[in-house]
Design a binder for this molecule. Structure first.
Ligand SMILES: Cc1ncc(COP(=O)(O)O)c(C=O)c1O
Length: 473
């Protein structure tokens, strides 16, 4: 489908057109893409009276759908548009929240087999295999804490079966307190924050004017006036591709809040995906571990793992790092939530955490992904789709569509139209972490955005952009 901006002949013409735009598409009810979204199980707006039960959805007594995460919804919609594993090579998946997993130039060889010693057939402890916990602590001390008196030990590390399992374990031990989350941020926080009913989620809008950085002064005020007890944020940030700590000392200030009575939880899954300006910085990562003073006294919780930085999403080996009294709490929540990470994969992960090998991975990854980022930004520029705030980290581009003609200027419709061109992106509204769900999605600050991933290999990215060309005419 092609959309063109209508030609304006006179001022009255322009006024009529603006009126027309305002008349149409002010509310999600007028948009087909939004109607499809609302029809998915669990996607009804919450808190609208009278409260209704959807008879097609709620057929299993007592079961309520939590709502699908962005990635699941987008894959379901792609399948409804003809995507399947046999035809997947014809498609470009720029929605994919995973990095390419094959070899990249100058990176250590990819692991090809794993041993299965008899001991590994037993359950592993819910906090993980001790040798792996030690390897994680050693890597963090070596990378971020050289020369500091307080060092991480295995007692500061809990191995978890994936990042989301780590987040759920942490969320399950947060008490009845105000917990702040950011808009926009990683889609799964929506369901995680809704599923654990004790904590009380409080949103903070990240401002494009601040380049989506957390405003520390405002956060301090919120702590004082609203009584925030816990802050949750991804850093580097999904979906905006910005990072506190990339420049300046904001990450240091944020980490310091963990010494002043607030628990700071940072999801650092993209800590290696940093695109430095100076060649001499290549290989440097960003983590609040650098600014923690006392590993057991500072209430700073870090979540990371093999998923993105090691490009091994299928391994499901991740970790949470924090004061040892937090780790014992996570052992308890892990014992009823997930039962611990896969034992053989934990053993196989140990050599991958050797600091020299990790540095080689980081350098290769930063060079390779920076080249992909620059290439995609240049291709978008050629399509007059300049990115307001280009990513300095992660492998995501937060693309504002506001300048496109209606209705392509909203993320959900753009997504539906691109599916017809066999390309997947993620509509921005999925990053509007709103556990109670908005009543009119058109009011979301993420309404005009889509997230593009440059995680996939370059040829897939090029295919996707050429489909943008077909859509935009
Ligand atoms: C910020 C962030 N945290 C955590 C995860 C999920 O990690 P995992 O796939 O290991 O559950 C993702 C994946 O998209 C992410 O973007």
């Amino acid at each position: 489908m092609h959309f063109h901006i209508p030609r304006v002949h006179s001022f009255t013409d322009l006024v009529d057109q603006v009126k027309d735009v305002l008349k149409h598409q002010k509310h999600e009810k007028e948009s087909e893409a939004h109607r499809i979204f609302r029809e998915a199980a669990g996607h009804n707006p919450k808190g609208v009276l009278p409260q209704t039960v959807n008879p097609d959805e709620e057929t299993v007594p007592g079961i309520q759908h939590p709502g699908s995460t962005g990635v699941i919804y987008c894959s379901d919609r792609a399948m409804a548009n003809g995507f399947n594993y046999a035809s997947s090579h014809e498609w470009a998946n720029l929605g994919q929240g995973a990095p390419e997993v094959g070899p990249i130039p100058n990176a250590p060889p990819r692991p090809e087999s794993i041993p299965l010693p008899v001991d590994s057939l037993e359950y592993a402890p819910t906090t993980g295999v001790k040798a792996l916990r030690e390897a994680v602590a050693h890597l963090y001390n070596h990378t971020y804490r050289q020369g500091k008196e307080s060092q991480y030990t295995y007692e500061n590390v809990c191995i978890v079966p994936g990042g989301r399992a780590g987040l759920s374990r942490v969320a399950a031990v947060i008490g009845d307190v105000y917990t702040s989350y950011q808009i926009p941020d990683y889609t799964a926080y929506d369901q995680v924050l809704s599923a654990f009913k004790r904590l009380v989620p409080v949103p903070t809008a990240l401002d494009p004017k601040d380049k989506y950085q957390l405003n520390i002064e405002q956060t301090k005020k919120d702590i004082q006036t609203q009584g925030l007890a816990v802050i949750l944020a991804s850093n580097p940030r999904n979906p905006t591709g910005q990072a506190d700590g990339y420049r300046g000392n904001d990450l240091e200030k944020l980490t310091a809040l963990g010494r002043e009575g607030t628990t700071v939880i940072l999801d650092e899954f993209y800590s290696w995906y940093i695109y430095h300006d100076k060649e001499s910085d290549v290989g440097k990562a960003v983590s609040a571990a650098k600014y923690v003073e006392d590993v057991n006294d500072d209430a700073v919780v870090l979540i990371d793992g093999l998923t993105k930085n090691w490009r091994l999403p299928g391994w499901r080996i991740c970790w949470v790092i924090g004061p040892k009294n937090l780790i014992t709490a996570l052992s308890q929540s892990g014992s009823f939530l997930d039962g611990g990470a896969n034992h053989p994969m934990q053993l196989a992960a140990i050599p991958l955490l050797e600091p020299g090998r990790a540095l080689q991975e980081r350098i290769a990854l930063q060079k390779h992904f920076k080249a992909k980022r620059d290439h995609i930004l240049a291709r978008l520029h050629a399509l007059h789709l300049d990115v307001d705030i280009p990513p300095t980290s992660t492998f995501y581009i937060w693309l504002n569509l506001e300048k496109l003609p209606v209705p392509l200027n909203n993320g959900l419709t753009f997504f539906e139209e691109l599916l017809k061109e066999q390309t997947i992106v993620i509509p921005g509204i999925f990053f509007d972490i709103n556990p109670s769900h908005r009543r009119n999605l058109f009011n979301s600050p993420c309404h005009h955005f889509v997230r593009l991933s440059f995680g996939p290999p370059l040829e897939d990215l090029n295919k996707g952009i050429s489909h943008f060309v077909s859509l935009l005419g």
